[in-house]
Design a protein around this ligand. Structure first.
Ligand code: ADP
Length: 554
């Protein structure tokens, strides 16, 4: 830990909040540039909507959502339309301020006219979402699941999911929402930070009782009731992969801007917290993705009035220690070297124990908002995990090497418990690659960004894209191309997303691309239109590149 500056490069930089804590030119950082922005409620909803437009069935795990204030009239109109066609539909909606956390500012409504568009809400954009009225209950209580996911690499895409997670329980028995109980947060919101203040909150030493349990304990209960737990896991894995596929286009734009290709820079990895709700039929629903999930393994206990003490939380420890330990194992900078030199780096000592090669980790906290108030504590706990990683058992006692890390010779990893993080991508890539369509559109966008370090496309870049991909013709002149650029760019920029740079952001480009695809391939499903246009663009650009190479040779 280097609290007052660092002189030598580190192997791993463990940042508290975001990627932007330092100028780093090598090693690995535990945050991706732009992740915080990408998983904010509004940005996530936009990304999910885009995927729902392309693949409605595949992305039905995300509740129908609208963005306020810009889509207020659309929200009102759509709700009215559905109610008119189905008078028995009695929906409830949940309004969540953008950038909020821990249930902050969240409220439920029965009718669009109940949205509070006064005062701070007006200046604070929000997402309004269909409220899941029939969640799966346990002991009559609503609960959600926090799962930890490691995004180990963006290019190539590598995703790991932790085998166990947390289940956070409400503290009032659940009733379907009525005008009378809408405001009862202990009944409707599962946030730990809220329910801890309820007199009914139960701290338990056991991982399968109390207000916070392991997810595996829930699975055991479900399995004993005859539920198909395998199917549930496979649905959760698919939800996680699809969500990350929805996020990668944006992340790649940030990545190339912060870590330009060809220049010295670090690689990134990140632990994400996925919040998932189960429906009565066990279908998982995504609530949100957290870029900075809490890694606390202790909770505060009031010993006497006003006197608090941090006491260990066995449930948190069971789940989170394994996640941090395995993350460090998977990103281990020595692993590659070890593969090359095997036992040379890790000779067993005389007492049969293995020595760990020291790895430099810089831990840096940057408290930027109140979400991170527990930060220094979390960080010191993270370090504690790492020390645990270093305390190897003897080789004889150790379990065999896990399937993910098949080392021929004994290594320190062999002395650790088997991996709790399971690879799901590229393992299941074949099933999901067809969903990575916006990724391909983003690759076109990045290609035409021109000046490295930007995230927005200028009008000339857009024209070059249209010209090189041969998208203009007698029906679609270059003047029309300019108008399309101006119209879409102006609208996205007026939404106040990012005023730092002028030009067309990725989301605007995707919208323009969809427009071009619809123009060209009318009367086909959107997915086909976009896929055909992407194929065409990639093909034309490959031709162009081929020609340039030939001319170069000539
Ligand atoms: P925050 O970041 O403030 O925790 P969340 O989106 O996680 O915001 O919502 C807070 C809580 O509200 C969730 O933990 C969940 O219990 C409940 N919740 C959120 N969205 C829905 C929904 N669409 N249907 C039912 N409950 C929801």
């Amino acid at each position: 830990q280097f609290p007052f500056g660092r002189r030598l490069p580190c192997d791993i930089y463990w940042h508290g909040v975001s990627f932007h804590d330092n100028n780093i030119f090598s090693g690995q950082v535990n945050k991706f540039p732009g992740m915080m922005e990408t998983v904010r409620k509004i940005t996530l909803s936009r990304a999910m909507r885009r995927m729902q437009d392309l693949f409605p069935l595949e992305y039905s795990f995300y509740p129908r959502s609208w963005i306020l204030p810009e889509e207020l009239s659309l929200f009102v109109a759509e709700v009215r339309m559905i109610k008119d066609s189905n008078p028995s539909w009695k929906p409830t909606f949940i309004v969540k301020p953008d950038g909020g956390c821990q249930g902050d500012g969240i409220y439920l409504i029965k009718d669009p006219s109940d949205i509070r568009l006064t005062g701070s809400t007006q200046s604070r954009p929000a997402v309004v979402q269909e409220y899941i009225c029939k969640p799966l209950l346990m002991d009559k209580l609503k609960f959600d699941i926090r799962l930890y996911v490691l995004l180990k690499s963006l290019e190539p895409l590598e995703i790991y999911i932790a085998k166990d997670g947390l289940s956070r329980f409400c503290t009032e028995p659940y009733q379907e929402p009525t005008l009378k109980n809408l405001h009862q947060v202990f009944m409707h919101l599962t946030n730990y930070s809220l329910n801890i203040h309820s007199g009914n909150f139960i701290h338990s030493d056991s991982v399968n009782t109390g207000s916070k349990r392991t997810f595996s304990s829930i699975l055991c209960r479900l399995s004993s009731r005859g539920a198909d737990v395998k199917k549930l896991w496979s649905d959760i894995i698919s939800l996680v992969i699809k969500t990350i596929i929805a996020l990668t286009p944006e992340l790649k734009v940030y990545y190339q801007s912060d870590i330009p290709a060809g220049k010295p820079g670090p690689t990134c990895f990140q632990i994400l917290g996925f919040d998932i709700l189960l429906l009565k039929n066990l279908k998982p629903v995504l609530l949100e993705v957290n870029a900075n999930p809490s890694m606390r393994i202790e909770h505060e206990q009031e010993l006497s009035p006003g006197v608090f003490e941090n006491v260990p939380s066995p449930v948190d420890e069971e789940v989170k220690v394994a996640v941090i330990r395995d993350t460090l194992r998977l990103v281990d900078p020595q692993k590659k070297k070890r593969k090359d030199t095997q036992c040379l780096l890790y000779p067993g000592t005389a007492d049969g124990k293995f020595q760990l090669k020291p790895v430099t980790i810089q831990v840096k906290s940057g408290m930027k908002d109140k979400q991170h108030k527990h930060h220094s504590l979390k960080l010191s706990l993270k370090l504690k995990f790492y020390l645990k990683l270093g305390s190897c058992q003897s080789w004889e006692q150790a379990p065999g090497p896990s399937e993910e890390l098949p080392d021929a010779a004994p290594s320190p990893e062999a002395a650790l418990p088997s991996l709790c993080l399971k690879q799901v991508f590229p393992k299941y890539a074949k099933q999901f690659n067809y969903l990575r369509l916006v990724d391909r559109v983003a690759a076109l966008f990045i290609r035409f960004l021109g000046v490295k370090g930007t995230t927005k496309l200028g009008p000339t870049g857009f024209r070059t894209f249209v010209r090189n991909c041969k998208l203009s013709n007698s029906n679609f002149s270059m003047a029309a191309v300019d108008i399309l650029y101006i119209d879409i760019t102006r609208r996205w920029n007026s939404m106040g997303i990012d005023h730092k740079e002028s030009g067309m952001c990725l989301q605007a480009f995707v919208e323009a691309f969809f427009c071009l695809a619809q123009k060209k391939y009318k009367a086909r499903p959107l997915y086909e239109q976009v896929a055909l246009l992407v194929d065409q663009c990639e093909c034309r650009l490959a031709d162009l590149q081929g020609k340039r190479l030939l001319w170069g040779c000539g």
